[in-house]
Structure formats: C-alpha cells, structure tokens
Design a protein around this ligand. Structure first.
Ligand SMILES: [Zn+2]
Length: 105
C-alpha cells in the first residue's frame, strides 16, 4: 500500500502513513456526485460528472452531446433534466473577503 500524500510505501495494516501521518487505505473525503457551480454551462452536470470520474470536462461534454444527439429528446434530454433535479448542486462558496476587511470609521 502506498500513501496518497507522499507516495511512500506504508504498512499494509496501518491506518496512517509513517512518513507524513496522512490517513491511508480509506479516502479521507468520500467523493460525492454533485453539480459543479464553477464550471457550469447549463446545470453543471457535465462538470460534476467530470470531477467525479476524474475525466476531462470537454470530453464529458462531447460525450453528453453525442449521447443526446444519438438518443434524441427522450431519453437523452429527459435524463439530463432528471439528473438536474436529482443530483444536488455543490455547496455555494460565499466570498469571505467582505467579512475580513477591517472596519474603518
Ligand atoms: Zn505519506
């Protein structure tokens, strides 16, 4: 087994890396399929899928386009609309700059 953080070999039954202390074996943050807010074109579905499956976003968009083209409105577009409803959007990242600025009076 290898550490995801430093790449060094770790003990097979160990939960932490002996070199950097990183948790090994289990993913520290489980992946969750969510619609992307940052890279969205329509609903952020393609960006979310690309992120989830670790694929190139353009490749996912091209695939989605051709799947929709090949299958037509149903099920292609209907599936997209359903996924839009079912898959949650990733949490909104609010800018914190305004709160951190010192109050001048
Ligand atoms: Zn490590």
């Amino acid at each position: 087994m290898y550490c995801n953080a430093c790449g060094k070999a770790t003990a097979e039954d160990g939960r932490f890396c002996a070199y950097c202390g990183n948790v090994v074996g289990i993913s520290p943050t489980p992946k969750k399929l969510m619609r992307s807010r940052a890279d969205r074109k329509i609903a952020g579905l393609c960006a979310g899928l690309a992120e989830y499956f670790d694929l190139d976003i353009s490749l996912v968009r091209i695939l989605c386009f051709f799947i929709a083209l090949a299958t037509g409105v149903c099920p292609g577009v209907v599936t997209y609309l359903l996924a839009w409803i079912i898959i949650p959007a990733e949490p909104e990242l609010r800018p914190v700059l305004a709160a951190q600025q010192p109050v001048t009076s």
